[in-house]
Write a protein that binds this ligand. Structure first.
Ligand code: HSE
Length: 318
């Protein structure tokens, strides 16, 4: 018997999730003894449906039928955006389905609401793919580092901006051209303002703070500066200072419980491994009272890396 999953949306991450589950189906079964099958894909765009990426008979426009299907135990929300995504997540949870999402904006803005809805309905909301793309950071915080007090979390959590800064510095191209490349590669949000103004990083930092410290801070309450005003001169100046300019997200829990958190362009010394994180790669340092410092790094955006993290949550739930 296989566990049946529905995907809501078949854009970049939808395709990546489908790809990870189908290409590596045998690998998943070998490791877990479980079969996971995509039973339905909610999608309205005829071009996407006709693309041949997934069999046409999987596609539906009927969300209610997905909710009413007792075989479908897991729903992956991958439509993006805010209001409709939130509504779909809540309706799926209330229908008794586990929900998996890469939607950091919705998770960060509704952290308590979504967890409460999941708990009330005896299901889980999972969002490994929402922070750091392929990097298994939430799993690491929750499981591998469970016996640690995490005192600080810091890193590079937006692929688009790291890609832009890398290309501006290494290829000497303009901010606008670098952004266009990041969009063409499928790294950027639908509205890249969220990336370049640090909003996406603040969403991810809010989630990391909640996971690491058990405290919820609204992303809109975090200090935030983006990269849209940076010039190639700023990047050159950082190098002259023996540093690399990176959009850093950081949160530190002080002894008295206060949390100091920010997202801002920061000169990172060359000695720090964070300075060597290039292109769309992300990296997250976890400062722990037992394990000491743990550095996790990997591709922070893109179809298959994000699909890998989505599939991990889906298989774990299965
Ligand atoms: N726009 C995001 C980024 C996608 O560039 O990091 C992955 O969350």
């Amino acid at each position: 018997m296989s566990t049946k999953v529905a995907l809501l949306g078949f854009g970049t991450v939808g395709k990546g999730t489908y790809n990870a589950l189908t290409t590596n189906a045998a690998e998943i079964e070998r490791k877990t003894g479980k079969k996971v099958e995509v039973k339905k894909i909610l999608e309205i765009n005829p071009k996407v449906i006709e693309s041949g990426y997934a069999p046409k008979e999987l596609f539906t426009q009927d969300f209610d039928a997905i909710l009413a299907d007792p075989e479908i135990k897991i729903v992956a929300e991958i439509i993006g955006g805010m209001d409709l995504a939130k509504e779909f997540i809540l309706r799926a949870l209330r229908a008794g389905k586990h929900v998996v999402t890469p939607n950091k904006a919705v998770v960060a803005a509704n952290f308590d609401l979504l967890h409460k809805a999941a708990a009330e309905n005896g299901v889980q909301i999972r969002y490994e793919a929402s922070v750091g793309g392929a990097i298994p950071v939430i799993e690491t915080i929750r499981k591998s580092l469970v016996a640690n007090r995490i005192t600080k979390v810091e890193g590079i959590v937006n692929g688009t901006t790291n890609y832009i800064l890398t290309k501006m510095e290494e290829d000497n191209i303009s901010y606008a051209d670098a952004l266009k490349q990041a969009q063409a590669k499928g790294f950027a949000e639908a509205d890249p303002t969220a990336d370049v103004e640090g909003i996406d990083s603040a969403n991810k930092l809010s989630i990391l703070i909640a996971e690491c410290f058990g405290v919820y801070i609204k992303p809109t309450d975090l200090d935030r500066t983006g990269i849209s005003k940076l010039t190639r001169d700023d990047l050159r100046l950082a190098v002259q200072n023996g540093c690399k300019l990176k959009l850093l997200a950081s949160a530190e829990r002080l002894e008295d419980g206060t949390i100091n958190a920010f997202v801002k362009p920061t000169q990172v010394p060359m000695e720090s491994p964070l300075s060597t994180v290039r292109n769309e790669f992300n990296a997250i340092y976890l400062h722990c009272n037992m394990a000491d410092k743990i550095l996790l790094t990997g591709r922070g955006a893109g179809k298959d890396p994000t699909g890998s993290a989505m599939a991990a949550d889906i298989v774990d739930l299965a």
